[in-house]
Design a protein around this ligand. Structure first.
Ligand code: PMP
Length: 383
């Protein structure tokens, strides 16, 4: 059948190939997926079940249930974000849809979006689908993968129309402090860039409270923030996220949303209301577990000679393997049955690194790290 050039131009996800190999093997421990191993907090699941029992299975308002938008408005105040439930919040089908809607309502064909590298895999294709161009802006291991105004200037981002930002970061686990964000914000104000800020890991910081770039002076009016329930509330399969932004940006996004999605899953919205009302303790318990695993994983990598900076957010470590990351991942999988993702999948700057998700139980993590240590000691030379 005929296929659009736009779609043909996008390469298949580099992560999938590894999972296809892994699926055919026994006894594989996967540190590959970006998905919590915890179950959705019980109260949220009960609310979903209850809504089904009461027959609440109709569409909701395009923007999402008002009750949920009110809860979101209250929830995000913890990051000094103040958004009106009627005008400035849109409930979406995962943060994924929020990213897509924002890009589609901001980017005209030929516009440029600066994307720090390495980056989460959906940004570049999303911009390409919208007819835009992306401009890679390097971040580096030496700088703990923090984006700087100097890197933006050097890459020529002063000419860009928008900046895609993701802190805490996937794939590196990097975070940015308020003063580091202020440098980037000043650059965006000076050169009139819109900021698309993916803050889906905002609730998974281990050092400090998250700062949203939208909370900095002069940034609210030029920023759309994305967040969702997949990571912090362990609700990946319920497919629910949200966007926060100035009323005109949210109205534009809703215009696309109402024709493409109509409304986001109703059952998931009921779960999300309860998740925000009563699940803070469950979320905090998961965060504490992630933090324990994070410390363990990072120290094990450093001990075995794979240099690993201290990632302070999300649930990823990004050690340097001192060689070809793709070869490392493939050989490790075949010889020790441990799946992780080669850094190059996430774009330039990822080469030589491995993305290791610690959203896996401590027992499996320990076993996986033992196997990686054996592989490194016996079969791998760190250049
Ligand atoms: N942004 C980032 C940085 C992510 O890691 C993910 C999930 N892997 C998403 C967005 C998409 O999340 P959702 O399940 O809410 O669509």
């Amino acid at each position: 059948m005929k296929r659009a050039d736009r779609v043909e131009a996008i390469p298949p996800s580099g992560i999938r190939r590894f999972f296809e190999i892994a699926e055919e093997m026994d006894d594989v421990i996967s540190l590959g997926v970006g998905e919590p191993d915890f179950s959705t907090p019980w109260a949220a699941r009960t609310a979903a079940i209850d809504s089904l029992e009461r027959g609440k299975t109709s569409y909701t308002a395009n923007r999402g249930m008002r009750e949920l938008r009110e809860e979101i408005s209250t929830y995000v105040r913890r990051w000094d974000l103040d958004y009106d439930p009627d005008e400035e919040i849109l409930v979406t089908t995962g943060a994924s849809e929020a990213v897509d809607l924002a890009v589609r309502s901001v980017v005209d064909p030929g516009d440029t979006v600066a994307v720090p590298q390495p980056s989460y895999i959906s940004y570049v294709p999303t911009v390409t689908f919208a007819g835009g161009e992306t401009l890679g802006v390097p971040t580096s291991h030496e700088d703990d993968f923090v984006l700087t105004a100097d890197a933006l200037a050097e890459a020529g981002a002063d000419e860009a129309d928008a900046l895609m930002l993701c802190y805490p970061n996937n794939p590196t686990g990097a975070v940015m402090t308020e003063s580091e964000l202020e440098d980037v914000a000043a650059f965006c104000r000076e050169h009139d860039l819109v900021v698309l800020s993916d803050e889906i890991y905002a609730g998974l910081r281990y050092d400090d409270e998250h700062t949203s770039i939208a909370s900095l002076p002069g940034m609210r009016e030029r920023t759309v923030v994305f967040n969702g329930f997949s990571k912090t509330h362990a609700m990946t399969g319920l497919r629910l996220g949200f966007a926060l932004g100035p009323a005109d940006a949210i109205t534009a996004m809703n215009r696309v949303h109402q024709y493409t999605m109509l409304s986001s899953p109703t059952t998931a919205q009921h779960a999300a209301i309860e998740a925000l009302r009563s699940c803070d303790d469950a979320v905090e318990e998961m965060r504490t577990q992630f933090d324990r695993r994070r410390r363990f994983v990072i120290s094990r990598f450093n001990e075995m000679g794979l240099e690993c900076f201290e990632a302070k957010g999300a649930f990823y470590a990004f050690p340097f393997c001192g060689g070809d990351d793709e070869q490392f991942a493939e050989r490790l999988l075949r010889e020790q049955n441990v799946a992780l993702v080669p850094g190059r999948v996430f774009g330039s700057g990822g080469e030589g690194h491995l993305r290791v998700s610690y959203a896996t139980g401590m027992g499996e993590l320990r076993e996986a790290l033992d196997r990686i240590e054996t592989f490194v000691a016996e079969q791998w030379t760190v250049a």
